[in-house]
Design a protein around this ligand. Structure first.
Ligand SMILES: Nc1ncnc2c1ncn2[C@@H]1O[C@H](COP(=O)(O)OP(=O)(O)OP(=O)(O)O)[C@@H](O)[C@H]1O
Length: 564
């Protein structure tokens, strides 16, 4: 995993190397800032200290330390921003093909990976590895200097740095890793909870469930707080030990060393000067488990293979009106035992107007999602224009088949922006025509801004019925060849439903599938297909009527007269 992450971070390495140089030089300046005055004190005892020279050297060292620190930060951030942009682009590239079928449940988790986890991995690479490497180089140089001073001095300094660099950061390692894992999981759960609250705010208020939801959020926060406290405790212990070891090293150098006292004094100052470099090891030890856990979740998304993908060599849809056929389809949702659809077949001829009726949960919307290849069936085929949808480029399929659902999600912007969502080159005349067909033109015309009237995602100014009609107009604006209306006129009054049906009837080449619960919502269709309850039973239960070529495991009824 580390190797894979390192490969992802490859373009950032030159910046990181430059940042490392700046950090090492800055730390060396910090060591010198303490060692030089110690050396000055030794020289002053003999009375030949050039105070002006000492002052110039110290001021230069302090200024250099500041400049080098700035350079280190600048170069590190340069690498960080490149890395963060690249990681997010890879993330979105991996997520887009998963939508919509595989992203239904975990939008909060994905948001947390896109924001927090990527930040964590980036912080690890851009702001943790460089200090950790410097934490080896600078104390290494001071240790070599100590051995040159004397073996005892060398041993004391080496021992001190090993305690500071290897023992202190490992204090409470297991507890820290446990807390890191727990914290990540709780934060993802909090993000998911908040995402659900935002999406379902209307329902929560209507159900008067604010207190319950807040209490559940408090529970999650309390659990996250417990992990945070556990991690804080470990950090406090490490910080305390981090103060102890340099002091012990100075005392040991002064008490045990065999070299001249002035050399030991300068060396002791150098050890204190190099000690801050080792705090990076502690940060490294702290952020490593967090970064690994975050990286695992991030790479997990990158590794998700979309269940539905474009074929290598896509087939082309035939010209003209398109028939739709569902052929002996079995489908179960991922993670579910029972199939929602089992051996279901139905035929919709080109230009056909077919209603799909059935009780709630019988699988009507699932059939609609199979037509658009949101999912693929585990057995059987779905054919549009005689071509298996798995052989079509997803873009071609979704341009040809439009789905309008009961709940319309509008994007922020104007009415025209929403109509152009699936048809970017839509002219204003075409937009008005789609609005006419969806019986929404009068409502838009009545607004002073007309097509430029703004609708927000929560579309407070639009009624549920108007939202539905805007969703329908948006689908019609794309001039689809197959239109699937899934309870898409459920919020409309009888007259509006009739007007919409008549508008669809004016598009003779359109193949339409209208999904509804009740027969009265689909008057005027050529044929009605009834899906039975869930799960749809095997073909042994077929009635003689079902053996008609149009439908299996679904009952065909005679056309219903236009009754409104
Ligand atoms: N994303 C999903 N994951 C798991 N199971 C699902 C999912 N969506 C639907 N189901 C299951 O599939 C069954 C059929 O759902 P579907 O939405 O296709 O029925 P429907 O006939 O359109 O119902 P309704 O008329 O209430 O919209 C549901 O009862 C549900 O148990």
């Amino acid at each position: 995993m580390i190797r894979r992450l390192a490969r992802i971070a490859l373009p950032a390495w030159p910046w990181l190397a430059a940042s490392l140089l700046a950090r090492v030089a800055g730390l060396a300046a910090g060591v010198a800032l303490l060692a030089v005055p110690a050396w000055g004190a030794v020289v002053a005892v003999d009375g030949d200290l050039d105070v002006v020279l000492l002052a110039v050297v110290l001021v230069s060292l302090a200024a250099a330390k500041g400049v080098l620190r700035y350079l280190e930060q600048f170069l590190g951030h340069r690498a960080a921003f490149d890395l963060i942009a690249d990681m997010r682009l890879r993330f979105y590239d991996a997520v887009v093909p998963l939508a919509p079928g595989e992203l239904e449940a975990d939008s909060g988790t994905l948001a947390s990976i896109a924001a927090r986890d990527i930040d964590r991995v980036e912080v690890f690479f851009a702001h943790t590895i460089v200090p950790a490497l410097a934490a080896v180089l600078v104390p290494g140089a001071v240790t070599a200097w100590a051995f040159l001073t004397g073996p005892v001095e060398g041993a004391v300094v080496l021992g001190a740095f090993l305690v500071g660099g290897a023992v202190v950061p490992l204090l409470g390692r297991r507890a820290s890793a446990r807390a890191a894992r727990g914290l990540l999981a709780e934060r993802a759960a909090i993000a998911q909870h908040v995402a659900e609250d935002v999406a379902g705010r209307a329902e929560i208020r209507a159900l008067h469930a604010e207190e319950t939801r807040l209490a559940a959020l408090d529970d999650l926060s309390a659990r996250a707080g417990r992990h945070l406290r556990a991690s804080g405790l470990v950090q406090a212990q490490r910080a305390f030990a981090g103060l102890l070891w340099p002091s012990a090293a100075v005392l040991a150098l002064l008490a045990l060393g065999a070299a001249a006292p002035e050399h030991r004094l300068v060396l002791a100052a150098a050890v204190i000067g190099a000690a801050p470099a080792l705090t990076a090891v502690e940060a490294f030890a702290r952020s490593l488990p967090l970064a690994l856990a975050a990286a695992r979740r991030y790479l997990g998304v990158l590794d998700r293979v979309p269940a539905v993908a474009d074929p290598v060599r896509p087939s082309v849809l035939p010209e003209g009106p398109l028939p739709v056929r569902v052929d002996a389809v079995r489908f179960r949702y991922p993670g579910s035992d029972a199939p929602v659809l089992d051996d279901v077949s139905l035929d919709v001829p080109a230009r056909g107007r077919v209603a799909l009726l059935g009780p709630s949960g019988s699988g009507k919307s699932t059939i609609a999602s199979l037509l658009l290849r949101v999912h693929d069936p585990e057995h059987g085929r779905v054919l549009v224009g005689g071509v298996d949808v798995r052989d079509l480029a997803l873009g071609d399929l979704r341009r040809a088949v439009a789905l309008v659902e009961q709940r319309t999600v509008l994007v922020s912007g104007t009415v025209l922006d929403n109509l152009r969502l699936g048809a970017p080159r839509l002219t204003e005349a075409e937009a008005w025509s789609a609005l006419e067909d969806a019986s929404l033109a009068d409502d838009v015309r009545a607004h002073p801004d007309g097509l430029d009237a703004r609708v927000a995602e929560d579309a407070l100014s639009l009624s549920g019925g108007q939202r539905q009609r805007l969703g329908l107009a948006r689908a019609l604006a794309r001039r689809p060849r197959v239109l699937v209306l899934d309870e898409a006129t459920s919020h409309q009054d009888v007259l509006t439903q009739r007007a919409i049906r008549l508008a669809i009837a004016k598009r003779p080449d359109l193949t339409a599938v209208v999904i509804a619960h009740r027969a009265d919502a689909v008057a005027g269709m050529d044929r009605v297909i009834r899906l039975r309850g869930r799960p749809v039973r095997s073909r042994k239960t077929l009635t003689p009527h079902d053996r008609a070529p149009q439908a299996r495991n679904a009952d065909c009824a005679a056309p219903t007269p236009e009754g409104d």
